[in-house]
Design a protein around this ligand. Structure first.
Ligand code: SF4
Ligand code: SF4
Length: 80
């Protein structure tokens, strides 16, 4: 099944946390990656594809992307 999941651009994400606050099922969290805090989709299976995180992000770091749901395909891509 094709669903839209958030793709978080690590280069744009400031770790402000707004997307985490608005996510209804709480599937996003802040994690430290390469010494920098940023948002990560913890549980792709729990994401409803509502896009509230993408709409809320003040830095345009999230875009919704169609995926088959394979976890590897929704992980943030370095330099994307
Ligand atoms: S709202 Fe945007 S910049 Fe802030 S943590 Fe979420 S993805 Fe990163
Ligand atoms: S699309 Fe909706 S459910 Fe999925 S991570 Fe963003 S706010 Fe949460």
């Amino acid at each position: 099944m094709l669903v839209a999941l958030p793709r978080i651009d690590p280069a744009r994400c400031t770790g402000c946390g707004w997307c985490i606050a608005v996510c209804p099922p709480h599937v996003l969290s802040l994690q430290v990656v390469d010494w920098k805090k940023r948002s990560v989709l913890d549980d792709p299976g729990g994401c409803t594809g509502c896009a509230k995180c993408a709409v809320r992000c003040p830095f345009g770091a999230i875009r919704m992307a169609k995926t088959t749901g394979a976890p590897a395909s929704v992980r943030p891509v370095q330099g994307a």
